[in-house]
Design a binder for this molecule. Sequence first.
Ligand SMILES: Nc1ncnc2c1ncn2[C@@H]1O[C@H](COP(=O)(O)OP(=O)(O)OP(=O)(O)O)[C@@H](O)[C@H]1O
Length: 531
Amino acid sequence: MNRKGCDIEATGINYTIYTQKPQPPFKIFNKDQQVTQHQQPFPDPDTNPRARRVLREVSCHAKPWEVLAIVGPSGAGKSSLLEILAGKLTPQTASIYVNQKPMDKSRFKKTSGYVTQKDTLFPLLTVEETLVFTAKLRLNLPSLELRSRVKSLIKELGLTHVANARVGDDRVRGISGGERRRVSIGVAVVHDPEVVILDEPTSGLDSNCAFQIIDMIKTMAETRGKTVILSIHQPGFRIIKLFNSILLLANGTVLHQGTVDELNLSLRLIGLEPPLHVNIVEFAIDSIESIQQQKNQKSSNLEQDIITASTNRITQGKFTLQQLFQQSKVIDLDHDHEDNKDQEQEQDQMITDGFANSRFFEAVILTHRFWKNISRTKELFAYRTLQMLVSEALPVFLQEREILMKETSCGSYRVSSYAIANGLVYLPFLLILAVLFATPLYCALVPNFIVGNSVISGVIGSFFLFSGYFVSKQGKCLEYLFGKCLVSGEDVLREQGGYEDDGSDAPKGDLKVPFFEFFWTFVVLIIEKSA
Ligand SMILES: Nc1ncnc2c1ncn2[C@@H]1O[C@H](COP(=O)(O)OP(=O)(O)OP(=O)(O)O)[C@@H](O)[C@H]1O
């Protein structure tokens, strides 16, 4: 595999979000009314009140073997920039070059690793299992080689002592937050990507733990030639020293890109004196307003200089330094052309038809993973089976939805394989449910098909009807509307003690019939998808 590294250069990134007018619920399905965030329905984002300019003319450069840190206050646009660089978001304008070639998004997503701010892991799997399943899905390697690769990754991540412990989450007790972050990083790098993009890898961790994680990432970049781009809120003293380059972002504009020493120097050049022993990045974030004022003034002077220079050039027929630099770059590109060709061939061989496994093997691996998750629930298996069928089949999917979206968006496997595997695992449970439903009805209640059918329809109908009374206060808006508007039996609900005791019309949060959740979350999902 190519070890030359991956150079990423982005210029002129402009990203604007257009918020939509609230629409009547039934117009959601009207295709003509739909406007995606990325289409530009309004010509001028500066004058449009519904436009929110997230990034303006952002440029950045990330080099192999180095760590580029994107810093800035909350809402500066760090996550948006990372998602654009990872090929997950499409801005209105941008030129992104990967090794001096325009970025091929689908290819880049497969050959890079993206770590989201939130850990999306299966809580019931162990650390080793999590990494083994991901490795199986992403790499087409013999079992022994795959296991030894995972073992060495676990060692590199510093997780050997918890390799057999369950990952856990807020509800299921498992490994610590810092260790979970490491597992998320492991999942993103198990296929040895050349580029690793991490959104706030240290969020929620204490300073020591944060340092250990960044130190580990830095070691990965230095020893394996990876290009690392990460965002970070408030890096401590020790952490700052690990960054090769810092990009200071504020209100969607770049105020600085360079080393920490260069940041220090530019602050001094604009008349800001960082006190001794003060964290320079924190100082820069605190002084953003002053830096921005200076920058605006500078750019208006610069604009004037450019106009003068271009007038001179036209009159004298000379080239600027930048133009000469561009020309030399073209010559370098010719030299690199042959190298790049070999490199691409190697990568093409690796990616083959885009997935590491055939559809059949993907379904087998995913079935195995589902089965492990389902069989490891705390409750008794039989009870769990029934409970899951009635109330959790869809919630389980919703819990896994983020993982599914993350994994399929980076090309780990096909959505159809997930559907097949899920179907295979749930099939026996559905069969059990069908038998449980059918037996008493058939034996005790039902003399013929028509009556049987009516009874079943009645039971299911009651579920949907009465569950409307018990909508969670924190529940989704649509659910609440349904409970309030379509089913107007408020008195029944009051009698049942289904409303809050303070006399308000908010239904009690703990009275929630799962079937309702089941059905309406599904409807909400479909609506979200079609919108
Ligand atoms: N889908 C969206 N709809 C509306 N506003 C959005 C959306 N996505 C991002 N924004 C806005 O864009 C701005 C930048 O968001 P982004 O998440 O990139 O910031 P950030 O620097 O990563 O913040 P944080 O450090 O708090 O995560 C924020 O003001 C945010 O509210």
